[in-house]
Design a protein around this ligand. Sequence first.
Ligand code: ADP
Ligand code: MG
Length: 398
Amino acid sequence: MSGFQTIDQISVAHKIVLLRADLNVPMKDGAVSDDARLTRLLPTLRDLSNAKAKIIILSHFGRPDRQRNEKYTLRPVAAALQKIWGHPVAFADDCIGDTAKNAIAALPEGQILVLENTRFHAGEETNDKAFAKQLAELGDVYVNDAFSTAHRAHASTEALAHLLPSAAGRLMQAELTALEKALSNPAHPVAALVGGSKISTKLDLLENLVTKTDILVLGGGMANTFLAAQGINVGKSLYEADMLDTARAIAIRATEKNCRIVLPTDVVVAPKLQADIDTQNVPVTAIPADQMALDVGTQSAQDICELLKTCKTVVWNGPLGAFEFAPFDHATVTVAQAVAALTKQGKILSVAGGGDTVAALTHAGVTDDFSYVSTAGGAFLEWMEGKTLPGVAALMRG
Ligand code: ADP
Ligand code: MG
């Protein structure tokens, strides 16, 4: 990779910049309930505004079924952005045609205009060239700051990039730089921590990680399936009986690729998944028949922390236990704090992502101490799976 341009390399001064952002924020009772996605746009907005560009924001919002639907208007999101930005943010009722053109003509340089939901037009999700052309007509250059939607080839994320000089915004730039350092061109040894409930949802991820990492530490429900594949009785634990052969195949592939798979040697068990229930810490070979393994054990958590001290890069997806229910958050919190400490000491580069993983790291209070925590969800996972993201590929030149 690294072949993408940033806004330092294309000329944005006094230009009309079409900025693809991710304004798909959560709403409650008609108001934005979490404005993190808006705050993260500020570095790009500041740089473009300082260059006296006209900033024209394109985004999807929700799933309006390829037609206008007022339920999915971006108007309230533009209002929320105005509060965060602290200056006027204009809004136009359509993202193409005269409505958009007139609003752009009226916009002073250095200011922001949000165009209505791109998904109100059928051509957005079909990556339609004609629709992308209608978007391209509006501006001089294209800047994509929506890594979180880069796994979808839509007109405003893919086709449009081919029609104008294009570059990554600051958020996209930070995300790509962190991801490249973590897996494309990492300092070795590289450890991957993978947890979560099931192997079946993470097959592509595991297959890619065994080829790219030196150590693959497994936790969560998926470790149970790997243990069961070794003939260990996992009692009532969540595990996938139909994935035993798959688990064995992944283990063989790991050996071929010189990737060491690390499974827990002890686990925390309880009769059921419930907060503050009585638990025991047992060796994996002694899981009682009527109990479930709900977290990596205390010894294994310590061992993982020690192992990470020997690494230079750590990537993480999937909590090590059922962290939503204390005390099954113990291993996840312990290891998260160890990764945070090693990162702060400058000993490792750490990158994590995934919906529940971000929630778990927030719960552990360490998100700011990791090198990078991706909130991109599906796009982050597809990148971890080694897939080419169309929105990123479209920014690559030559
Ligand atoms: P992400 O959203 O970060 O990709 P996943 O969705 O794969 O992560 O996994 C998160 C879920 O895995 C959590 O809801 C957690 O409770 C569950 N989980 C982790 N360990 C276990 C376990 N031992 N048994 C059952 N569920 C588990
Ligand atoms: Mg999840």
